[in-house]
Design a protein around this ligand. Structure first.
Ligand code: AHG
Ligand code: MN
Ligand code: MN
Ligand code: MN
Length: 323
């Protein structure tokens, strides 16, 4: 089986990008170790701090953020980094050619129940000049690589460098990431959706109607039965979509009018949209492709609808209707 390093050598990408991706993969191995030790390592539970999102940070949010920050600062290839757990962008090395945005631990609410969590990352080219928040505000189309690591029953890295999507499984014996699936393709059609149904009353009319029609099953306009799944960690839900198709959405809602969206553009929506498009799927807000959004702030949030191309298209038809 091909190792991640061997696979990257064949991709005709700059050596500096290969080294950066290997650094991210190596750090994820350490994170995987920490996650596995759980309560034995005293790493479960919350801290008393809040992040810039207004969320109480879990101990593992902080630990994994520090692990990635330390590794990226030591790599020599990173100009600056941005993280869900850092209020401001962090300048790293003047010589670095890349900017890295990451969600060090996605699915924080799953930590204390020993359920699925992961790490999501996005790599952008560093531009000339002083490093500011503005340097990061490039559309998702500018990403040169993106991926996630899922700390599940096995640890899996999903990666794209813009030439399709590959899965690598961590061999816990040798510590190597081995290529276990190349050219991942999302099925065009699906009968599975993922949404937090408890927010139903807060959604916009198009999403209300779309989901209501899915729930009607064979007697509704869709004329087929749909199944529902919700892992409460975007990494897990997107991984399922990549594996067997589906539509995943965290749509606009008016539960808190000041925060109509939940997921963050730069380190959740953009990397996942890049992976999904590279696997033949679609990713949209309902009105615009995620990857075409011109970011305005590093912690900006967006509505996300992604997955099987034909199902996302159907959902878009509801959004094009006049309600
Ligand atoms: P994070 O743990 O990085 O803050 O992200 C959590 C996100 C995302 O992973 C998931 O899809 C969503 O929050 C779950 O939201 P609910 O709590 O509404 O289910
Ligand atoms: Mn997250
Ligand atoms: Mn997180
Ligand atoms: Mn969080």
């Amino acid at each position: 089986m091909q190792t991640l390093a061997q696979h990257l050598q064949q991709q005709a990408i700059p050596e500096s990008l290969t080294q950066l991706l290997l650094t991210l993969a190596d750090t994820s191995k350490s994170i995987s170790q920490a996650v596995r030790h759980g309560a034995l390592a005293g790493i479960l539970g919350a801290t008393e701090q809040e992040n810039v999102q207004g969320e109480t940070q879990k101990k593992l949010d902080v630990i994994t953020n520090d692990m990635l920050k330390d590794a990226l600062q030591a790599s020599g290839h990173v100009r600056g980094l941005a993280s869900e757990e850092e209020d401001y962008v962090v300048p790293v090395s003047d010589a670095g050619e890349y900017l890295v945005c990451f969600d060090p631990l996605d699915g924080s609410s799953n930590i204390d129940i020993n359920s699925l969590v992961g790490t999501i990352f996005s790599v952008l080219p560093a531009l000339q000049g002083e490093l500011t928040e503005q340097s990061f505000l490039q559309s998702g189309r500018q990403q040169v690589a993106a991926g996630y690591v899922l700390y599940g029953p096995s640890t899996i890295l999903a990666l794209t460098v813009g030439k399709g999507v590959s899965f690598f499984t961590l061999n816990p014996d040798s510590g190597a990431f081995l290529l276990t699936q190349d050219d991942v393709q999302i099925t065009k059609d699906t009968a599975e959706f993922a949404i937090n149904m408890s927010n139903q009353r807060f959604w916009e009319a198009p999403m209300q109607t779309y989901i209501a029609d899915l729930l009607l099953g064979k007697i509704g306009p869709r004329e087929k039965s749909f199944n529902m799944r919700w892992i409460a960690a975007m990494v897990g839900d997107v991984h399922r979509v990549l594996c067997r198709g589906g539509i995943f959405t965290y749509p606009t809602d008016n539960k808190n009018p000041e925060k109509p969206y939940k997921l963050r553009l730069m380190y959740e929506a953009n990397p996942m949209a890049f992976l999904v498009e590279q696997a033949g799927g679609k990713a949209t807000t309902g009105y615009q492709s995620i990857l075409d959004i011109q970011p305005e702030a590093i912690h900006q949030r967006v509505a996300v609808i992604l997955g099987s191309a034909n199902e996302v298209d159907t959902c878009l038809e509801y959004h094009a209707e006049d309600y």
